[in-house]
Design a protein around this ligand. Structure first.
Ligand code: ATP
Ligand code: MG
Length: 390
């Protein structure tokens, strides 16, 4: 059977194509699938009418399925046998597919897009149903149109594809089709989920982490690097910018009213993130803020922090409960790392009575002692930022 090979048949959402250039979408998806498979030697990605096909050796098939299922824009996938579109070959492949797992009832589903094939779809289905019944003669197998134990699919194109497993993809849009945005990535639970959600809408990420060494340890930074690496399984490679934040944070704590320090620290993070975003061609900032979750996430606080930048601030978690966020973090594999107990720079100088309804004017007043050399401090932090390619 040297003509027979295993492939991964990849389906993308036709609905997702609305409003986007179809070819751009598919080409980007192919590129991202290639990227996700670059660690597998045998994988070859091919674009055919309405589908993407991954040719891959059997020993790498499961790893390949795993990687492709995480690429945004993929709706579902099936490991399939590909063979010449010739009836004798198809019969053998269908019987082999049927033999993979026990069943009582079955159904043959046929999609014929090669209209040169000499039989219609219903004719092919009936014929192959007969072949399977004959193969299991005397074992009481039944054809069932609705609710069959096994559905065996046959797609007749230039080649024929036979399969019976469907694996869910994550949907969404291919990363890169919605431009770039800078994710403020801390070591917490929320910001990795926020990055995941925007990447799912096609946004390519840059990540920015504010590091206050020695108040935050090398381990805290490693944790953020680890979280970023987990995200790359969905987003592809991106850069993590580690901003030295100690001087600014220390000065804020020294010269600003205690009640306002959290908000003012967040305002400086936004300002610096915007500078890095501009330098890296990002159109927006992304944070993991959720309305009312903590004192710095009331409507007034969000206005006071978002108000210092002119870029759009995307907050995909804004209307979500903590539990819903935790469930996504568990699903995408960031939760276990996020809950490791390394201190975050926002938690080390927490005021006893933080301002929850900051008035923008008062915050600006509280900040005045920072503003003499804010420009220079921000520039210095940006210049001394370390970039790590993930
Ligand atoms: P998270 O779980 O994402 O840390 P949080 O609930 O702890 O969020 P805050 O600490 O108030 O909330 O931070 C709100 C948002 O600000 C975070 O989601 C993140 O986007 C950003 N942020 C906070 N600290 C940092 C940091 N050290 N570096 C980069 N971004 C940060
Ligand atoms: Mg945090």
């Amino acid at each position: 059977m040297e003509n027979k090979q295993h492939v991964i048949l990849v389906r993308y959402g036709e609905i997702a194509l609305k409003g986007l250039n179809r070819h751009t979408f598919i080409d980007l998806l192919v590129k991202n699938i290639r990227g996700a498979l670059s660690h597998l030697e045998s994988a070859q990605v091919e674009k055919i009418q309405g589908r993407i096909i991954v040719h891959i050796d059997d020993h790498e098939l499961n790893q390949g399925i795993d990687a492709v299922s995480r690429v945004f824009g993929v709706v579902s996938l099936s490991p399939a046998t590909v063979l010449p579109s010739d009836m004798t070959a198809i019969e053998a492949a269908v019987v082999e597919e049927a033999d993979l797992r026990p069943f009582d009832s079955f159904k043959i589903c046929v999609k014929r897009s090669d209209k040169r094939f000499p039989m219609t779809s219903p004719e092919i289905a009936r014929h192959l149903g007969g072949v399977v019944l004959k193969h299991y003669d005397g074992q009481g197998k039944k054809v069932k149109m609705k609710g069959a134990d096994r559905e065996i699919w046959v797609e007749v194109r230039e080649s024929a594809y036979v399969y019976s497993d469907f694996i869910q993809g994550r949907g969404g849009l291919p990363v890169g089709c919605s431009g770039k945005a800078a994710l403020l990535l801390s070591g917490g639970i929320d910001s990795p989920v926020a990055g995941y959600m925007m990447a799912k809408r096609g946004v390519k990420l840059e990540a920015v982490y504010f590091h206050s060494f020695p108040f935050t340890s090398e381990r805290a930074k490693e944790k953020v690097v680890d979280l970023g690496r987990i995200l790359t399984r969905y987003t592809g490679h991106f850069d993590l910018h580690v901003v030295p934040f100690t001087d600014i944070q220390t000065k804020i704590v020294e010269v600003c009213p205690e009640r306002q320090t959290t908000i003012i620290i967040r305002r400086f993070m936004m300002r610096i993130a915007e500078e890095i975003a501009k330098k890296t061609n990002c159109l927006s900032l992304i944070t993991g803020e959720s309305l009312g979750q903590v004192a710095s996430q009331t409507q007034e606080s969000l206005a006071a922090t978002g108000g210092v930048v002119s870029m759009e601030v995307l907050r995909p978690l804004i209307g979500m409960d903590k539990q819903e966020i935790v469930e996504i973090a568990q699903d995408i594999g960031t939760f276990e790392t996020s809950i490791l107990p390394y201190e975050d720079c926002c938690t080390i100088f927490v005021p006893k009575h933080p301002e929850t309804h900051p008035n923008r004017k008062k915050i600006a007043q509280g900040e005045t002692k920072m503003m003499d050399d804010a420009e220079e401090m921000i520039q210095k932090a940006v210049e001394e930022t370390e970039t790590i390619h993930l």
